[in-house]
Design a protein around this ligand. Structure first.
Ligand SMILES: Cc1cc2nc3c(=O)[nH]c(=O)nc-3n(C[C@H](O)[C@H](O)[C@H](O)COP(=O)(O)OP(=O)(O)OC[C@H]3O[C@@H](n4cnc5c(N)ncnc54)[C@H](O)[C@@H]3O)c2cc1C
Length: 429
C-alpha cells in the first residue's frame, strides 16, 4: 500500500459498504462559494454543514468518497486527543485544556447525533476500554481516571482489576482495564458515506475522481485546478489529512503520514465472538505501538496495530498482526484472515490536531494523529461555522501551537524511525 496506490482497498469495510455515492468527475469550469478538497469525514462534514446553511459548496475527491483514512479506520470513536490532556495543559493551560476536552466529549455525542439525524446505518455501538498489561500502565490508568474525574469532571470511566475484566473481555493478557461508556465504535466507511450522502441531499455538489493539482489565491478570489478545468471560489477548505502531499506547502511540514494496519477474520459464531468480547466494546492497549480491536456487526474480529513510518507497507504484515491477535486471543488459532488493509494517519509533532487559516484566507484541518474518527465529523461543523463568520470554537482549536517536523519531506523519516525503535523497546518493559 503506497499513499498514491490507485488499487481498490481490500478491506472488510469495502466488502460490507451499504451504498455507493454516484457522483461524476469534475469536467467543466465552474464557480462555487466554497471548494472543499478531500472527501473524507472532515471534507464531507464541512460540506454538509455549509450546504445546510445555503452555501454553494463543492467537494473534490481525488478517488472516491471515504477512500482515505475515514473509510479504512479502526472505527473507534473516542473522546480526548492523541496527545493526552497533560500536553494540552502544558501548551495552553488548564482552562483551555478543559475547553478542548469538552469539545472532544461533544465530538462523540455529535457523532451519535449525526448518525441519528441522517439515519446512517453504520453499526454504532457504545462502550470502550483502555487496557494495561504492565504494572506501570495500571498506574497510568488509575491516574488518568482520577485526573479526568477531578480536573475535567468526567465520570463515565470505571477501573476494573484483572478479576473484574471477564465481563468485558475474554483474554488473560491484561492486568487491568479502564472502561469508558462515553466512547464506542462504528463502521467508518458507512459512516463517511452516510455523511457524504447527507451533504449531497443538503445541496453540496460532490465530485469524485477529481484530484486538485493547484490552488491559487489573489485579491480575495481563489482558483482551483482539477482535471484540467478551473473552479473559481471565495475560499478553499483543505481536508486532505495524510494524503495532502505538496498541495498546500504551508501546512504539509507539520504533518507526517504514518501507516497503520488492520486484519479481519472470517465471521465467528456469535457464541465465540461474545466469549472473546462479551461487552462488544472497542478495545485498545496502552502501548506506544498499540493494538486496537473490536467485533464487527457480523462477528468478525477486526484487529489493528503495527505502524510504518516509511510510506511502504511492512513485509509479512498479515502474519505479524495475526500473531499479535493470537497473543490476546489464543483460541483464534486456525481462524481464517479474510481481509487485511492499511491506511495513513497524519501525525503532528505534539500529536494534537492542526486546525487553522492560511494567510490567503483558505482554511485547513488535519493531523488528528490517529484520533480523528469522532473529531473529524465534529470539526466539519466548526470549520463551516468559522467560514460563515463565527470563529469562537474554531479559535479554541486554532490556538494549539504546532511546529514543523525537522528536515525535508524525506529527511524527517529516518529520525522518526529511530524514535520508533526506542518506543518498541519501551513497550517490552
Ligand atoms: C488504518 C487506520 C485506522 C484508524 N483507526 C482509528 C480509530 O480507530 N479511531 C480514530 O479516532 N481514528 C482512527 N484513524 C484515523 C482516522 O481515520 C482519521 O483521523 C480520519 O478519518 C481523518 O479524516 P479526514 O477526512 O481528515 O482524512 P481522510 O479520510 O484521509 O480523507 C482525506 C481525503 O482527501 C483526499 N485528497 C487528498 N489530496 C487530494 C487532492 N489533491 N484532491 C482531491 N482529494 C484529495 C484523499 O483521497 C482522501 O480521500 C485510523 C486511520 C487509519 C488509516
Amino acid at each position: 500500500m503506497h499513499k498514491t496506490d490507485p488499487r481498490p482497498v481490500h478491506s472488510y469495510y469495502e466488502h460490507s459498504r451499504n451504498r455507493k455515492i454516484g457522483t461524476p468527475a469534475l469536467e467543466h469550469d465552474s464557480t462555487f462559494e466554497v471548494v472543499v478538497v478531500g472527501g473524507g469525514l472532515s471534507g464531507c462534514s464541512t460540506a454538509l454543514h455549509l450546504a445546510e446553511q445555503g452555501v454553494k459548496v463543492a467537494v473534490l475527491e481525488a478517488r472516491h468518497f471515504g477512500w482515505g483514512a475515514s473509510g479504512r479506520s479502526g472505527g473507534q470513536i473516542i473522546n480526548g486527543f492523541a496527545c493526552g490532556q497533560d500536553t494540552l495543559e502544558k501548551l495552553l493551560g488548564l482552562e483551555t485544556a478543559r475547553q478542548l476536552w469538552d469539545h472532544s466529549v461533544k465530538s462523540v455525542e455529535y457523532t451519535r447525533k449525526l448518525v441519528d439525524r441522517h439515519r446512517i446505518d453504520c453499526d454504532l455501538t457504545m462502550g470502550y476500554m483502555h487496557l494495561a498489561e504492565k504494572r506501570r500502565q495500571v498506574t497510568e490508568l488509575e491516574e488518568t481516571a482520577a485526573d479526568l474525574a477531578d480536573k475535567y469532571g468526567y465520570h463515565r470511566m470505571a477501573l476494573h482489576g484483572r478479576s473484574g475484566l471477564g465481563t468485558w473481555l475474554g483474554s488473560d493478557l491484561y492486568a487491568a482495564g479502564l472502561s469508558d461508556s462515553g466512547s464506542g465504535h462504528l463502521h467508518p466507511l458507512n459512516y463517511c458515506l452516510g455523511i457524504a450522502a447527507a451533504a449531497k441531499k443538503a445541496g453540496a455538489r460532490l465530485f469524485q475522481h477529481s484530484p486538485v493539482t493547484a490552488v491559487e489565491s489573489s485579491g480575495g478570489r481563489t482558483t482551483v485546478t482539477c482535471n484540467g478545468v478551473r473552479i473559481h471560489c471565495d475560499t478553499v477548505v483543505y481536508g486532505c489529512n495524510a494524503y495532502l502531499d505538496g498541495l498546500a506547502k504551508e501546512i504539509s511540514g507539520t504533518i507526517m503520514p504514518v501507516g497503520t494496519y488492520i486484519i479481519a477474520t472470517e465471521p465467528l459464531t456469535e457464541e465465540i465472538a461474545l466469549e472473546l468480547i462479551p461487552s462488544r466494546a472497542a478495545m485498545a492497549d496502552l502501548n506506544f505501538i498499540l493494538d486496537y480491536y473490536r467485533l464487527s456487526a457480523d462477528h468478525r474480529m477486526l484487529f489493528g496495530g503495527r505502524v510504518s513510518y516509511s510510506t511502504f507497507e511492512p513485509l509479512r504484515l498479515t502474519g505479524s498482526l495475526n500473531r499479535r491477535m493470537l497473543r490476546v486471543f489464543p483460541r483464534l488459532s486456525g481462524t481464517k484472515i479474510e481481509f487485511s488493509w492499511g491506511g495513513y494517519v497524519a501525525i503532528t509533532r505534539n500529536r494534537a490536531p492542526h486546525v487553522g487559516r492560511l494567510q490567503n484566507g483558505n482554511w485547513f484541518v488535519q493531523g488528528y494523529s490517529g484520533h480523528g474518527m469522532a473529531l473529524a465529523g465534529y470539526m466539519g461543523k466548526i470549520i463551516a461555522r468559522a467560514v460563515m463568520g463565527d470563529t469562537d470554537e474554531f479559535d479554541c482549536f486554532a490556538g494549539i501551537p504546532h511546529k514543523h517536523f525537522p528536515g525535508g519531506r524525506w529527511l524527517r523519516m529516518p529520525g522518526l524511525v529511530a524514535a520508533m525503535g526506542y518506543y518498541k523497546l519501551r513497550d517490552r518493559f
